[in-house]
Ligand binder design. Structure first.
Ligand code: DOR
Length: 433
């Protein structure tokens, strides 16, 4: 199969490329990229006026399968991904059973191959059963191809155990520990960020220091163990300062930020209630500014959604009872295009760097580039297409969002994975329910 994407604005920071090009796909790979390609009998797709980017790669996604298929499945979560312009996801291991053995990792890969719409990379747990009591079986997980490990949803509370885990991981090449940096004793029973809004509403709250103290611990333990560390979902300006400190020291520490921590503050709780309940909590406008500045300068390496789907009735149970989490796969790209790229706060090449090139580099994945020979994982963007966020139309089983009703300008209109068109004009090919 040969397909020629003609006349689009191709943006690929790995080739310092931002200009009108034709792109030829042969089978599952990018075959050529040039100002003008004579495509012969290839299928020609005219993309004049559209942007052509390496597919987005989201390293923080909860697919919930196995165990919580009522919230999401590999099929529904990956359909949501391609609907959102995302061609690969790393799946968090807080499933049931958790991904703490080669068998569960293999099951996810098989399920993804059979029912998935995009590439899926299982993340393994740090501790066996996510119990926080002993290390996971890294030899088995590594043998199954797992390179990233996390107990996300919870930290490894016991510092002595986390140190031991990091020491073990340091012995396996190309692995990274992904830290959910949270001091549970400081977070307590908190529901939202500790500040003006929690005081106004009289709600138990989570102070900034519940994150920063844990970020500092995790950096120091990783340094002592000589392990690579990736800090998940940073939410505070203080964490950014600690990250800067680690990087100045030359430590192999990287970090991510979510669209909701960039775009929403704790005020959102007053409008959206439990739809805006998330862990770590939404913080202040100053935190949003610090996170965006760190993303712009590359201090924060990547964007990741922390797509955390829950059922509608669970999120409707009120602020105290509702679980934490926001479904982000279908809103990330339209929101980032409208609110950051469209407002001149982040360039399109920098968005591609943070949500495609760097994530691929971080986990050593193919993708994140449109160089000839790279997999044909591609997203086509219409920067002018306007609409509003409509969760009732999500492919994700979680059809709710604090961004419901937000207008946007710019959305993905085609997603190609391994040379195959998976989404066109918002419609996922082959998705039945
Ligand atoms: O809000 C969150 N939801 N934060 C996490 O760390 C876990 C996630 C989930 O699994 O629902």
């Amino acid at each position: 199969m040969r397909v020629c994407l003609k006349g689009g604005r191709v943006v690929d920071p790995t080739q310092s490329l931002d200009g009108r090009r034709d792109l030829l796909i042969e089978q599952d790979r990018v075959a050529a990229i040039a100002p003008q390609i004579e495509a012969g009998e290839a299928r020609i797709i005219d993309l004049t006026g559209k942007a052509v980017l390496p597919g987005f790669i989201d390293l923080h996604v909860h697919l919930r399968e196995p165990g919580f298929e009522d919230k999401e499945t590999i099929a529904s979560g990956t359909a949501a991904a391609v609907a959102g312009g995302i061609t690969a996801v790393a799946a968090m291991p807080n499933t049931e059973p958790p991904v703490d053995s080669a068998a569960v990792a293999a099951l996810i890969k098989e399920k993804a191959a059979a029912t998935g719409f995009c590439r899926v990379y299982p993340i393994g747990t740090l501790s066996r059963g996510r119990s926080g009591a002993e290390p996971a079986d890294f030899t088995s997980l590594y043998g199954a191809g797992v390179r990233a490990f996390s107990d996300d949803g919870a930290p490894v509370v016991d510092s002595r155990l986390f140190r031991q885990i990091l020491q073990l991981l340091a012995c396996f090449p190309d692995t990274v520990a992904i830290a959910h940096s949270e001091d549970l004793s400081l977070a307590g029973e908190g529901l939202i960020h500790e500040g003006a809004v929690s005081k106004k509403l009289g709600l138990p709250a989570i102070p900034e220091v519940a994150e920063t103290v844990a970020v500092a611990r995790d950096i120091l333990l990783a340094e002592a163990a000589g392990a690579r560390l990736h800090l998940a979902h940073l939410s505070t300006a203080g964490s950014v300062e600690l990250l800067a400190w680690a990087k100045r020291r030359g430590l192999p520490v990287t970090a991510e930020v979510t669209p909701h921590h960039l775009l929403l503050t704790s005020e959102e709780i007053c409008r959206s209630g439990a739809q805006a309940k998330v862990n770590p909590p939404l913080r202040t406008a100053d935190d949003c500014r610090a996170l965006l500045e760190a993303l712009r300068t590359g201090l924060i390496d990547i964007i990741a959604t922390d797509h955390a789907p829950h059922r509608a009735f669970e999120k409707a149970a009120g602020l105290r009872a509702a679980p934490c989490g926001i479904a982000g796969l279908e809103t990330a790209v339209p929101l980032l295009l409208s609110e950051l790229v469209g407002t001149g706060r982040l360039s399109l090449p920098d968005l591609v760097k943070a949500y495609s090139c760097r994530p691929a580099e971080l986990l050593g994945l193919e993708g994140g580039s449109l160089r000839p020979g790279a997999p044909a994982d591609i997203v086509v963007i219409d920067l002018e297409a306007a609409g509003i966020i409509e969760p009732q139309n999500f492919y994700s089983r979680a059809r709710q969002s604090p961004f419901a009703g937000r207008p946007y300008r710019g959305r993905p209109v085609m997603t190609i994975v391994g040379g195959k068109i998976k989404m066109e004009q918002g419609v996922v090919h082959g998705k039945k329910d």
